[in-house]
Design a protein around this ligand. Structure first.
Ligand SMILES: [Zn+2]
Length: 131
């Protein structure tokens, strides 16, 4: 996150982006200069379910776009999807991807969120399981 925070700090320091009201600048800088891990799972009834399946045989975790039929680690079929859902903030960050056609490399998606839509890493996401 730090590589993302640094340019966000710079544009506010230079005045290219203005924080209104002014007193929230301190809060903004505090958050961006002290990046901490954020738990993205919640125990709620609604939301995007965590795309992770737990194996009852080896305790391995399979992460995949589509529901896997077996554990990626040991091949067991005794797997169960994590019952948690993604944090609301995380889910809301998925909105532009959902509405702009990702994982397909649509023209609109590439023009607005080019790094995510065109990076080699995300291209491998569209070919199926990452587990
Ligand atoms: Zn397993």
């Amino acid at each position: 996150m730090k590589p993302l925070a640094e340019p966000a700090i710079v544009v506010v320091e230079r005045g290219e982006i203005e924080i209104i009201p002014e007193n929230w600048r301190a809060v903004y800088f505090e958050w961006l200069r002290n990046i901490r891990d954020w738990c993205i799972s919640r125990q709620l009834w609604w939301g995007h379910r965590i795309p992770a399946w737990h194996c009852r045989d080896c305790a391995g975790i399979t992460v995949a776009r589509e529901s896997p039929s077996k554990c990626a680690k040991c091949g067991s079929t005794k797997i169960e999807q994590d019952s948690d859902v993604l944090d609301t903030w995380f889910s809301s960050a998925l909105w532009p991807f959902s509405t702009l056609g990702w994982p397909d490399q649509t023209e609109t998606c590439a023009s607005i969120i080019r790094p995510a839509c065109s990076s080699p890493d995300t291209r491998s996401c569209s070919s199926g399981s990452r587990g």
